[in-house]
Design a protein around this ligand. Sequence first.
Ligand SMILES: Nc1nc2c(ncn2[C@@H]2O[C@H](COP(=O)(O)OP(=O)(O)OP(=O)(O)O)[C@@H](O)[C@H]2O)c(=O)[nH]1
Ligand SMILES: [Mg+2]
Length: 362
Amino acid sequence: MALTIGIIGLPNVGKSTLLNALASAGAEASNYPFCTIECNKGVVTVPDERLDRLAEILRPDKVIPSHITYVDIAGLVEGASRGEGLGNKFLHHIREADVLVHVLRCFDDPDITHVFEGVDPVRDLQTVETELFLSDLDRVGKWIGKEREKSKAVRKGERKDLGFLEKIKGLLSEEKRIDQAGMNEHQLEAMAELGLLTQKPMILVLNSGESEEADCLEGQVSTVRDHHGHEPVVISARVEEELAELPENDREEYMRELGIEAEARKSFIERCHSLLGLVRYYTAANGKLQAWSILEGTKAPDAAGMIHSDMRDGFIRAKVMSYADLDSHGSEAEVQHQGHLRTEGHDYIIKDGDVIQYLFKR
Ligand SMILES: Nc1nc2c(ncn2[C@@H]2O[C@H](COP(=O)(O)OP(=O)(O)OP(=O)(O)O)[C@@H](O)[C@H]2O)c(=O)[nH]1
Ligand SMILES: [Mg+2]
């Protein structure tokens, strides 16, 4: 299953427009808050030069690039965590995404309704973040309630650590992100099961519009950066959507007219990859070379499980080479001859550029 990126933000900030630009998925974008009610999905191919070189070396019958599914989620509003504006339904979709792209409106256009007065990306960011924290708080609160109701007869190993959950609740109520470093195995399991929205890797995208003044935009970038602590990505969703819809021949001319050097949507996918800490690795088996995008820190059986759940359940070991070795030695046989073909087990964490063959019980 492809990795899923959920596109979130307030209504009318350009989420559907961004998805159209990325995937030409035909999501409806219009000047009408809540235009997206059900989710639109776009499957985007990740550009990958290493895959071309690997195909040259391994000569597979079939080459399949990595795909990322972008899901355009309807706009969140204040009170979403209490069910406002179909809130709970939207929050449910967000919970299913592996990582989040949060779109903030920086374009000023009196023709496009803004849910608040005027452009203020930091205010919008805080509004949506508060809803995410409140939703998480509600979730942890319900867990605590259920634990308390469990009879004393329930065995210790089947109980959740109430003290730990209370601590998480306290941090969430202060809108603090939770640091998982130092957590024990049970606590990490509980965190994974909770699937908190505020723990998902997230990047911020400033939708800059087509005619924003450079100074004004720089100011917005730096306030968002100061607030969030990470560098946001700037893109003009509407311009990119227009470019995506133009025939190849007309595109360059339009870009010259606008004074744009390169289509941002192409580098955007790459930037998402690096900012979100995604890792790209390859499987080579049965004449098929395939690239996969996964979260950093994924263990081999879980990565295999993204191909098929049977492969996770029956995982035995993984034969691993690195892209760098294949590239420099030029053949699989030579990599093996040089002693660089490794065998890894259940605890192996997939690295960027690994070329893997899984062995599993059927
Ligand atoms: N002027 C201008 N308008 C834009 C830009 N990006 C999007 N829009 C317009 O803003 C309106 C809303 O865009 P959408 O992409 O539908 O917004 P959304 O965030 O998906 O909205 P919801 O689905 O209601 O949550 C559309 O009319 C877009 O064409 C931009 O960069 N500049
Ligand atoms: Mg939309």
